[in-house]
Design a binder for this molecule. Structure first.
Ligand code: NDP
Ligand code: NDP
Length: 314
């Protein structure tokens, strides 16, 4: 038991990240049933779709699960109503100010964690009264902080600055990674990319295969003028890079991005023209597996490496 397992009433301090188009009820309930915290990624769901996924998740598990809520989502108020009506007990907010909704959720008896990419926002979270902070480093897939602080540097800095439970994210996919994050000061870890390539992920099979095929150096943070996002390099990525280096305006980039690029890449499997959001650690992922197997392997490696390190005597 530690602060994270107690807070969320889960067996292991491992959170499956709420990822658009990949984490529907199937993935969230599979992780919950295996003893981690599963999150439904609501950023890509219309309100009626979110309600459906929450109901299916409740039917598929009697263990705690949560919803990831990007605060820039256009119908965020509708999502919040549904979360409260459906009795969801855990919310991970991201991409916005934690002061906006934290006290509202707490009054409703809902546990709140908020995702940040720097120390300043981590402090703001603590002031807002969150139950936990997720600090996500530069290695992470999808939306990312503009600061480019790596997980290796961000976690100890945030640990020093706040006292609430801390969850490390960005670049963690194995037991070694989990142990390293906890050595840096985290109480738990949030894992995205590894679960995006699970059997229960709702990502398109071609996208999951692209994650498996990705090697180190195959992803890059781009679209920095619009909204920084880490993608697998493909034809769409190359066009964005040419425009960014050519000094193209933000408006022209927004036009190129258009609407629904993430869906096109990750849900419909268009590997050339879609956004393929995944973290750097995709270079280490080489097989699509059931989520429970992934979680068990992470924990097994964590135990082995932990005991190996205990024998170190300097
Ligand atoms: P459903 O049987 O209703 O739908 C899920 C499956 O249908 C998908 O895995 C996919 O199958 C296919 N599908 C549906 N819509 C599309 C689309 N626009 N493009 C490509 N494939 C699609 O079961 P669920 O209970 O899993 O899903 C309920 C609802 O939630 C559906 O409307 C679904 O589209 C949506 N959803 C949204 C997610 C998100 O992150 N926003 C994640 C998962 C589902 P296949 O992979 O075989 O092509
Ligand atoms: P776009 O504006 O390019 O497209 C919107 C997409 O979201 C469409 O595919 C649309 O589905 C779907 N959607 C679901 N609900 C709504 C709604 N109420 N209004 C409009 N569209 C909706 O945005 P992105 O795909 O880049 O991002 C969508 C959301 O995901 C944003 O809220 C963003 O903050 C969040 N996001 C979260 C990330 C994370 O890691 N948590 C990473 C990246 C984005 P359809 O095509 O079926 O109409």
């Amino acid at each position: 038991m530690n602060r994270i397992t107690k807070l969320f009433n889960i067996k292991y301090p491992v959170v499956q990240a709420g990822m658009i188009w990949c984490s529907g009820w199937e993935l969230a309930s599979a992780v919950a049933n295996a003893g981690g915290l599963g999150l439904i990624g609501s950023g890509s769901m219309y309100p009626d779709v979110l309600r459906e996924h929450i109901r299916k998740c409740k039917a598929a598990t009697d263990k705690p699960f949560g919803v990831n809520l990007p605060l820039i989502y256009p119908q965020v108020d509708d999502h919040i109503d549904i979360i409260v009506e459906e009795g969801v007990k855990i919310v991970f907010t991201s991409a916005g100010n934690p002061k906006k909704f934290t006290s509202f959720f707490k009054e409703k008896g809902i546990k709140v964690a908020h995702v940040v990419a720097n120390v300043k926002f981590a402090k703001k979270c603590e002031e807002a009264g969150v139950d936990a902070v997720v600090a996500e480093g530069f290695e992470a897939g999808g939306h990312n902080g503009i600061e480019e602080s790596t997980t290796m540097t961000l976690i100890p800095m945030v640990r020093k600055a706040i006292s609430v439970p801390l969850i490390a994210a960005g670049g963690i996919a194995t037991g070694r990674g989990m142990l390293a994050a906890m050595a840096l000061g985290a109480d738990g870890v949030q894992i995205g990319s590894r679960f995006a390539a699970s059997e229960e992920s709702s990502g398109h099979p071609a996208f999951k295969q692209a994650v498996v095929d990705a090697k180190d150096g195959d992803t890059q943070l781009t679209l920095k003028q619009v909204i920084p996002v880490r993608l697998i390099k493909n034809e769409f990525f190359d066009r964005v890079q040419k425009m960014e280096y050519g000094g193209t305006s933000r408006e022209a980039l927004m036009d190129l991005l258009g609407r629904g690029r993430a869906k096109k890449g990750m849900f419909e499997g268009d590997l050339n023209e879609g956004e393929l959001e995944i973290g750097q650690i995709s270079g280490l992922i080489d097989e699509i597996k059931p989520a429970a197997e992934i979680l068990n392997e992470i924990l097994e490696e964590f135990r082995v490496i932990k005991s190996e390190l205990e024998n170190l005597n300097f």
